[in-house]
Structure formats: C-alpha cells, structure tokens
Design a protein around this ligand. Structure first.
Ligand code: GDP
Ligand code: MG
Length: 353
C-alpha cells in the first residue's frame, strides 16, 4: 500500500457535543468503525479531556473529537469542560457538529436543551453543518414520535433543523445493528457541509443556575403541550417527511452498496485476469527453462549460468601421458597410441617385465 500523507489535505473537524452519558464516545466509535474512545455505562463522566482521531474521507481529512459533556454537578468540572470544548473549536474551527441528545423513555432531558443553548450562544451553529442526533431511542415508539419530536425541537431551538436524526438503542454486540447505525450516521453527516465557527462569547453556564434554567425548559414544554393541537398539521407533515427521508436514505444506501459491489466485481475480474497472465508467463518461463536444461550440449560446464571464475592459482596444470605396456604388446604405431600422441603430451613409457 503506498504511503499517503494527510498533511496536504484540507482539514476539518467532526465535533461531537452533548451532555455526559448521552453516547458521544459510543457514537464516535460507531462512526469510526473501531473502538478508539473509551465509553462506559457510568453515573459519572468517563471523558475528561478532549481527544481527537484523524480520518481521511475522500479528499478531506477530518479530526473526530471526543469531548467531555458540559453539565456536571460541580462548577469546577463545568468550567474545565468549557475549556475542553474550546480546544476542539480552536483546533478545527471549520467543522461539522454532531450534537447528541439523550432521552428517558423517548422524552428529551431538559439539561440537554440547556447545554445546547449555552454552547450555541458561544459558537452559533449553522444548520448546514449541524446534525442533531437523538440517541438510544427505544425501537418501539409511538407512530408519530419523529414528527412530534421534530416540531418540538424546531419550536424549542427556533431552528429548521434539516439534519435531525433518530438513533435506536442498539445491541452493541450485534454487528449488523452497529453497521446500520453507522450507515445512518454517515449518511446524515455527509449531507452536511463544514462551516467556520467563531466564538461570539464565553460559554455561560453556572451550576447554581441549572435548576432555574430547567424550570424555564419545563414551562416551554408545558406551553407546547397546551398548543399541541395547533401543531398537529405540522407534526403530520414532519412525520411524512421523515418517512420519505428514511425511504430515500435506504435506497441511497442500497445504491451505494450496488456501486461498491460492482466495483468489487470489477476488481475481482481484474485480479483474475492478472493472475491468469502471471500463470501463463510462469508456464512460458518453465518451458524455456526445461528447453535450456535439456539442450544436447549445455553451454554451462559447471551446471550454472555464470561464466567460470578466472583462476587465481599461479600453478599451471600439466598433462602427462603414462603409457604402460607389456613388452610383447607395445606397438607405437597402434591406433590407440597414435590418437593420444596426436595431442603431443609428454609421454612416459613404462615397460612392465
Ligand atoms: N447498547 C447500547 N449502548 C449505548 C448506546 N448508545 C450509548 N450507549 C452506552 O451509553 C453509555 C454512555 O455512553 P458514552 O459514549 O460513554 O457517553 P458520553 O459520555 O456521551 O461519551 C455507554 O455504556 C455506551 O455504551 C446504544 O445505542 N446501545
Ligand atoms: Mg465520552
């Protein structure tokens, strides 16, 4: 695999925000397709410091940020968490934001709206670069849950929120559920465009104001419930839109899978042809080697194909012919003697009596 440097690529951030325990680290790992960040079922927060992991998506390099949640009981911790959130925006102001909301039996927690508002005032979110993910939803929920939640969010946050996404509580050991969750998150994320986030003010949130702020959200919820009837039309439309989006998303994913399958098929075919060519070359090489080996008078005397090493020895070899004969049989004009003598070897003749 050739080494690809990420240094020249445009750099963006994927900043995952939300309160502690809503599943930010869990979803970051799902998106990355591997266990990069620690996540835990715990009453206290697991992530205290901002961490990031660089990935390449097409021609772009993204740093995926795992950040602590904002709201905690202790003011010191809240202040430290604010600093950790600043770090991510400082490192990658040009970012897509995934804001994760938790829920209790489908009901969004008040403190999640409070934290969202506090961060949104400091770094005003742009709707094109914002994903709102409602995580860990029960698979079985009321038929118009999504439509109703969409209108509620639009009312509370006073935004259109084109990238709202509803994520089921999955069985984390089930690979196909993880894969479907990943597809959904990736699909909604690639529909966004990174935007530059500039700090407008400090994140203002004090532990002793939280119960007052919660009271504000509760009143907002009550007002919404009272006026719910007049939103019914909007809720039905939002539900239809959600159903259509889900259908489109599934067909987009099916198209994408088809494209990947066809590319894989082409790749397999190219590999097959490549191996066939290699096999035919190998056959040719084998046949040539066989021919070379079976030549009637193989050139390489020493049975190797390198020229013989020049002799380093100073000694000259001398061939001497010893010719032994019995007196009765010696015949210098015999055929055998004449043939050998033609080489003019120095000849020693023994006479055996
Ligand atoms: N089984 C399952 N667990 C989840 C899901 N989403 C979040 N969790 C769990 O919720 C707990 C808190 O998640 P974590 O990512 O640490 O929250 P963070 O504080 O926002 O980073 C962890 O135990 C996660 O494994 C889900 O869809 N399915
Ligand atoms: Mg975490």
């Amino acid at each position: 695999m050739p080494y690809i440097s990420l240094s020249h690529l445009p750099k963006y951030g994927l900043i995952i925000l939300g309160n502690s325990g809503v599943g930010k680290s869990f979803l970051a790992n799902i998106l990355l397709g591997k266990e990069v960040f620690q996540h835990k079922f715990s009453s206290s927060s697991v992530t205290h410091e901002t961490e990031s992991y660089e990935v390449q998506l097409g021609e772009t390099s993204f740093a995926v940020f795992n950040i602590p949640g904002l709201i905690e009981a202790d003011q010191n911790r809240i202040d430290l968490n604010k600093q950790e959130i600043y770090k991510a925006f400082e490192q990658r102001p040009n970012s897509i934001i995934i804001y994760v909301f938790g829920n209790t039996n489908g009901r969004i927690r008040d403190e999640d709206f409070i934290a969202f508002n506090a961060i949104n005032k400091a770094f005003p979110f742009n709707e094109d670069s914002l994903v709102i993910a409602i995580n860990s939803l029960p698979k079985k929920r009321p038929e118009n849950y999504e439509g109703e939640a969409t209108v509620k969010f639009q009312q509370y946050l006073r935004m259109k929120l084109p990238n709202l996404c509803f994520l089921n509580q999955i069985n984390e050991d089930n690979q196909s559920e993880r894969e479907r969750l990943r597809e959904k998150l990736l699909h909604v994320t690639i529909c966004c465009r990174p935007e530059y986030h500039v700090k407008q003010q400090e994140i203002k949130l004090n532990a002793d104001e939280i119960s007052e702020l919660k009271e504000g959200v509760r009143k907002q919820q009550e007002a919404y419930e009272r006026q719910k009837a007049q939103f019914q039309n909007q809720i039905d439309k939002a539900q239809q839109k959600y159903a259509q989006l889900e259908k489109d998303r599934q067909s987009d994913i099916a198209d994408f899978e088809k494209k990947i399958n066809s590319l894989n098929k082409n790749l397999l075919e190219a590999n097959r042809q490549h191996y066939n060519e290699i096999a035919s070359h190998q056959k040719e090489i084998n046949s040539l080697s066989r021919k070379l080996r079976d030549r009637p008078n193989p050139a390489p005397i020493n049975n190797h194909y390198y020229p013989p090493k020049p002799s380093t020895s100073k000694k000259k070899s001398v061939s001497v012919l010893f010719w032994c004969f019995k007196s009765d049989f010696f015949n210098p004009s015999s055929n055998a003697f004449q043939t050998l003598n033609a080489f003019r070897f120095p000849t020693f003749i023994w006479r055996i009596e």
